[in-house]
Design a protein around this ligand. Structure first.
Ligand code: CMP
Length: 140
């Protein structure tokens, strides 16, 4: 297994409920290292670009609205097999289908407000990290 980096977002429902530390504790306990982290207010343009792949989906407007409704924490996570590992730690997109102990099962209230985002492939991780971080912002 290789050491990888993946991109994570703690979404507005997490920051609104003061869950940044609690979610980070789950991430770190799973062996993923937070090597980059910034709290930002996403602009509409940033959210539309980030979720461009979903732009034809019926929930796209709602998704952009939600992601710009409050601050988010963008992160770079590093570890063995980090992309797949973080998806395991997050649990299924819909919290109703997520396994016990996962972030979404523990903290999320709906499929729209599902607390965290994580890259679904190494290529997407690289592109997503590049949208929000410069190399000099990441300290492994
Ligand atoms: P994320 O991993 O950030 O990638 C796309 C997001 O779209 C997903 O998490 C969900 O938050 C959101 N999403 C997926 N399905 C729905 C839906 N049916 N209604 C609202 N949002 C959704």
């Amino acid at each position: 297994m290789a050491t990888e980096r993946t991109f994570s977002i703690l979404k507005p429902d997490a920051t609104k409920r003061n869950l940044t530390g609690a979610v980070n504790a789950v991430i770190e306990k799973a062996g993923l290292r937070i090597v980059g982290q910034r709290r930002i207010q996403m602009s509409r343009a940033q959210a539309e670009k980030f979720y461009e792949i979903h732009k034809e989906r019926p929930f796209f407007g709602e998704l952009v609205e939600f992601m710009t409704s409050g601050p988010v924490v963008v992160q770079v996570l590093e570890g063995e097999n980090a992309v797949a590992k973080y998806r395991e730690v997050m649990g299924a997109t819909n919290p109703a289908n997520a396994d016990e102990g996962t972030i979404r099962k523990t903290f999320s209230e709906s499929v729209g407000e599902n607390t965290v985002h994580g890259s679904d492939s190494l290529d997407n991780a690289k592109a997503e990290i590049a949208q929000f971080f410069q190399d000099s912002d990441i300290a492994g």
